[in-house]
Design a binder for this molecule. Sequence first.
Ligand SMILES: Cc1ncc(COP(=O)(O)O)c(C=O)c1O
Length: 308
Amino acid sequence: MSVEVKWPKYAWINGKIVEWDNAKIHVFSHGLHYGTGVFEGIRGYYDNGYIKIFRLEDHMKRLFKSAKIIHMQIPYKLDDLIKAVIDVVKANGFTNDIYIRPIAFRGLGSFGLRAQNPVDVAIIAVEFGKYLKKTGVRCTISSWRKPAADSFPIYAKVTGMYLLYHLASLEASMNGYDEAILLDSDGFVAEGSGENIFIVKDNTLITPPTYDAILEGITRDTVIKLAREELGLVVIERRIRREELYTADEAFFTGTAAEITPIIEVDGRPIGNGQVGTITEKIVKLYNDVVLGKIEKYRKWITEVKII
Ligand SMILES: Cc1ncc(COP(=O)(O)O)c(C=O)c1O
């Protein structure tokens, strides 16, 4: 799915807020050629003069974890980058929901694949509404598979990995579907092109485990906590067979961009009765309340930025 956005006024690059048109990198940046970059996707919700950024610190910690996995030293501290996110949000003075994209990648330095070039860091924020249809999506199992645990650092949110998701997502849309679901190298359900996946069976939530071929999603973690603590549901992390997905009572995606997106059909089979399920509906409502800080217990997850 491609998304129309209006470009913002400012971005943050290598320590400075610059005008959007000046947020540039060199054409021979290592990351552009070899995919040596790590990034995050974070949402901020506009509410009454504030942008409420959801789980900012957790996202930035994951950025550093991803960088460590690929031998990349980010030349800033965690707190510096958290402040940079806040600065770029303030500078743009957004009055709608936003998507924030911190990225660190190897830039210009020496020539060659193994070059450990200096790391450039940028933070981009754009106004951004819904990503996938909230009324539910029709999906297909992709012909592209997730690599095995020893074939790629799946745990890291690495730019190079997103060629796979680009191809899966494009293939799904070319074939008339809203989103792709990728299987792991053993043929079990892994995740969407930018989302984790849950199924509901007999009032129990089931989702693939983090030791499998998935990104350890922050929304996934949020949903597991909310389902257990607020809805009293049993959540099981285990592998899911493709047939279990086809025959689930309900299914949904979780992701920063996708938030909670109901899955209503997979490969021509309606999930449940082909409508948004009741447990999915409850989780959507709870999640929407939590990201806006309506539930005291979870306000710790929100960073408020006052828009002047
Ligand atoms: C491949 C993939 N899986 C899952 C997710 C969901 O992760 P999160 O909930 O942290 O956004 C994303 C999005 O970042 C992703 O790109």
